[in-house]
Design a protein around this ligand. Structure first.
Ligand code: UTP
Length: 419
């Protein structure tokens, strides 16, 4: 059977006949491109993902318990010095690498272009999010006399623009030999009938498959092999949009080494029981981040003997792994979560529709779902005012306005400390 007929049969089998109407109207070149894309898609998986959107996730309260942590501000001098020394030695000996996840769509912020190219209005002149991250890494390099290899994950959608932007800005002074850009995987978008959305380019619309895709993308892109060749032992993975993210915290690293764990994370205290952040806990004896939407209110409000929230350590995308942990996770499948989002598409007549309300399912795996593959995680509690200033929404909480304030306050404090 020829590829064209095979593709038509596939579309019929998987209930995607709406694409056929458009298909017939395309010229041969466009048809071939579409055939190629359809042949590449895993339509069984996509059908399963759609069917899963109809199921409710079971959540058994009884299997959850709080997770222990160390508070950075309360470490003894001896503990802190031991951790810092271990961490410093590892970074100084070139065994540390950093990964930035920059493949998100940033829909809530509404900035046109990759999120890292957003300019935060700080200190008059403003700074791009990528610039802020670079400054943090350059500071560490100066302190420890190394250049930390930096891996930046993009999506197929924003890769070209990201590369162009970083080149144009000369990587904000980072040695380009130490910067590797790799691209993450994608999954198609579905409407509420489970039909594939078509884009203006007459291709099926796909979007990045969530930050949980980082692990397998590191392997598939060859970055993991490259890290191993360089003798990397510890890998930090963080987001692109927290302007107070510390990517080379020697206390966190040293604590992980000294506790002999494979994964570690920095947390901050949840502002109140209702703050919309995921918190650390143990489920069935394994570390887990419990999303705010999953945590029953009763548990969200529970306090310990010191009056602190039992489930109060918020996950802030500040995670550390041994290279073996990355390798292990990269070979496993993470579950997909579903988000209902606004996405434009073209209808059967080829006319573009820009929806005003969410109209489509996007499937994403989450970076923290990998924690379940381990028995233990070391958690270091940081400070909100030192470690967390996210740029998520265009206004209100976690917006450029709040991030600017937190960023400027933090740097003013540093300046006054060093005076
Ligand atoms: P968010 O979950 O906040 O998503 O990403 P987002 O795409 O930036 O924003 P919204 O939800 O569309 O408004 C947290 C981090 O994970 C990265 C983001 O770039 C950010 O650093 N991410 C997210 C990826 O790298 N890939 C993805 O597929 C999703």
């Amino acid at each position: 059977m020829d590829r064209k007929q095979e593709t038509i049969d596939l579309l019929k089998k998987y209930n995607q006949e709406h694409i056929l109407k458009l298909f017939e109207k395309l010229d041969e070149e466009k048809q071939n491109k579409l055939i190629e894309q359809i042949q590449r898609l895993n339509l069984d998986q996509i059908t399963e993902l759609y069917n899963d959107t109809k199921k409710t996730i079971e959540f058994k309260e009884s299997k959850i318990e709080p997770l222990k942590y160390l508070d950075k501000a309360k470490l003894t001098d001896e503990q802190k010095n031991t951790f810092d020394k271990l961490g410093e030695e590892t970074i100084k000996s070139g065994k540390y690498a950093v990964v930035t996840m920059a493949g998100g769509q940033g829909t809530r912020l509404g900035h046109t272009g990759p999120k890292g190219t957003f300019k935060l209005d700080v200190y008059g002149k403003g700074k791009y999010l990528f610039e802020i991250l670079t400054e943090n890494l350059k500071e560490a390099n100066k302190k420890y006399g190394v250049t930390i290899p930096w891996y930046i994950m993009t999506s197929k959608e924003n890769n070209e623009e990201t590369v162009k932007f970083l080149k144009k800005h000369h990587y904000f002074g980072y040695n380009p030999k130490y910067v590797t850009i790799f691209t993450q995987g994608e999954l198609p978008l579905l409407d509420d009938q489970g039909q594939l959305l078509m884009g203006k380019d007459f291709k099926i619309k796909e979007a990045s498959d969530g930050n949980g895709g980082t692990y397998s993308s590191l392997r598939k892109s060859g970055c993991l092999a490259n890290m191993k060749e360089k003798g990397i032992e510890w890998v930090f993975i963080g987001g692109v949009d927290n302007v107070l993210l510390k990517m080379a915290d020697v206390t966190l690293l040293g604590m992980a080494i000294s506790k002999n764990v494979q994964i570690a994370s920095k947390s901050i205290v949840k502002a109140n029981p209702y703050e919309k952040v995921g918190v650390f806990g143990k489920m069935n004896g394994h570390p887990k981040v419990i999303e705010y939407s999953e945590l029953p209110e009763k548990m969200a409000k529970e306090v310990d003997d010191n009056g602190e929230l039992k489930y109060g350590e918020a996950h802030i995308m500040c995670n550390l792994y041994t290279i073996d942990a990355i390798e292990k996770i990269s070979n496993k499948s993470l579950k997909y979560h579903v988000a209902y989002k606004k996405n434009s598409y073209i209808d059967d007549n080829g006319k573009e529709v820009i929806p005003e309300e969410p109209n489509s399912y996007k499937f994403e795996s989450f970076i923290f779902d990998a924690f379940e593959f381990f028995d233990d995680i070391a958690i270091l509690r940081g400070k909100r005012e030192d470690d967390f200033a996210p740029v998520k929404n265009s206004e209100g909480v976690d917006s450029p306005k709040t991030a600017k304030e937190l960023y400027e306050k933090y740097w003013n404090r540093q300046y006054n400390k060093n005076k």
